[in-house]
Design a protein around this ligand. Structure first.
Ligand code: AVJ
Ligand code: FE
Length: 398
């Protein structure tokens, strides 16, 4: 077997694994639940599913394969920029059996095209070189799985499928209702309380090779003053003290019960676990917590520099202890790195650059483990709380 055919086989397997995960997520649901609007800021699941397939058709079948779309103008309705989440249920999107057939037909054609293309490291098309467009597709499906899990928090009686837990796609640390206490979870206060990161020059961003989104490039050097960053994200217990002390809004899905707090997700109401990272807080709330604690949010550069220094010291290559449980709000606006070039399309990152969106780093329990890397940048509006967002505090070194 040639190197290219074995890497094509690997891509085929990863595309299939991503699709299995998507189907597992919706397996417990009926068509009515797929079509229902649960929240004005989240799409019906049927839209996410059609969008996943349409994105695959657009890039792997139409752009790479030069084929005509299966359903003419349908793609318009799956354009995330053209169609805000509030309006997505009124669109003539595919539903039920037609939707399932579309997912399968697109996949069949995409695999046919994969057989034809050159994805070697010296392929002339940067979209195909080292399989970039396939990596993008896989990451895109994973990201929409996370969005779907945000909505699934609101679905009464939904149970996270067993299969997802066993493949490590769902991390134990932040199962929404602590579904499973038997999972390993790093105890919050075992490691040193804060990590010291020396001042000086730090490398930020993804290197030129390998898959990364355009917003992670180019790699560049920044000058940082010495700082300390907490060894773990802020916990529910700490956050509860802040809420009680300042009368701040509790996180989304929390309610008072007696002297304590309960959290409701997927229709299950459970006392909060004080040792787990707090989740579903807005940027404004995260920022207020950090100030209340006498600290501040790290900048995204500080977050990445700290993650890289942990990895350089032989720690978890993904970075900071406790990272990958909750997305961590940073102090930074989502802006382009110096020398940024949109690739392969402006609507992934470029149209969001500016001071409207704040950057989150790390990854949450719902993020596919393949997508965790120190350079990855997530972003959202500072008032948003339906995402799996928490925080970690930092401060200037003393
Ligand atoms: C990176 C999570 C902000 O959902 O808007 C999915 C990811 N981009 N499809 C988003 C994304 C295109 C994006 N976030
Ligand atoms: Fe998308």
């Amino acid at each position: 077997m040639t190197a290219q055919s074995s890497s094509k086989e690997a891509i085929g397997e990863r595309l299939a694994a991503a699709r299995r995960r998507t189907y597992e997520l919706i397996e417990p649901l009926d068509d009515e639940q797929l079509n229902r609007v649960f929240s004005p800021i989240l799409s019906p699941l049927a839209w996410d599913l059609g969008h996943i397939a349409n994105f695959e058709e657009l890039w792997l079948v139409q752009t790479v394969g030069g084929r005509e779309p299966l359903h003419g103008e349908l793609g318009r309705f799956y354009d995330a920029i053209e169609n805000p989440r509030t309006s997505r249920n009124e669109l003539p999107i595919l539903r039920d059996a037609e939707l399932r057939a579309y997912l399968a037909e697109v996949r069949e054609r995409a695999l046919e095209v994969l057989e034809e293309v050159d994805i070697s490291p010296d392929a002339s098309d940067p979209l195909l070189r080292e399989g970039f467009v396939y990596e993008m597709l896989i990451a895109h499906e994973h990201q929409h799985n996370e969005t779907m899990l945000q909505l699934l928090q609101m679905v009464d009686g939904y149970g996270v499928p067993e299969a997802l837990k066993s493949v490590g796609c769902l991390s134990p640390g932040q199962l929404p209702v602590q579904l499973d206490r038997q999972f390993e979870y790093p105890p919050v206060r075992e490691a040193p309380h804060a990590l010291f990161v020396p001042g000086g020059e730090h490398e930020i961003g993804a290197s030129a090779r390998g898959f990364a989104y355009d917003n992670e490039r180019p790699r560049h050097t920044v000058e940082l003053a010495a700082f300390e960053v907490d060894a773990f994200p802020v916990t529910n217990g700490e956050y509860a003290r802040f809420v009680e002390d300042t009368d701040a809004e509790p996180p989304l899905y929390w309610e008072r019960e007696g002297d304590g707090w309960v959290h409701t997700a997927m229709g299950r109401r459970e006392p909060i676990a004080p040792e787990l990272p707090v989740i579903h807080v807005s940027w404004h709330e995260a920022d207020a917590f950090a100030r209340w604690a006498g600290k501040r949010l790290p900048s995204e550069q500080e977050w990445e520099a700290a993650a890289r220094s942990v990895a350089a010291d032989g720690g978890d290559p993904h970075g900071l202890p406790g990272a990958g449980q909750v997305w961590e709000w940073t102090a930074s606006d989502f802006v382009a790195y110096p020398g940024f070039e949109a690739f392969p399309y402006e609507e992934y990152s470029q149209v969001f650059f500016g001071d409207e969106y704040k950057v989150l780093r790390g990854g949450s329990w719902a993020t596919h483990r393949e997508d965790l890397r120190p350079s990855f940048r997530n972003w959202d509006l500072p008032e948003r709380r339906q995402i799996f967002s928490g925080l970690r505090c930092a401060r200037d070194a003393r």
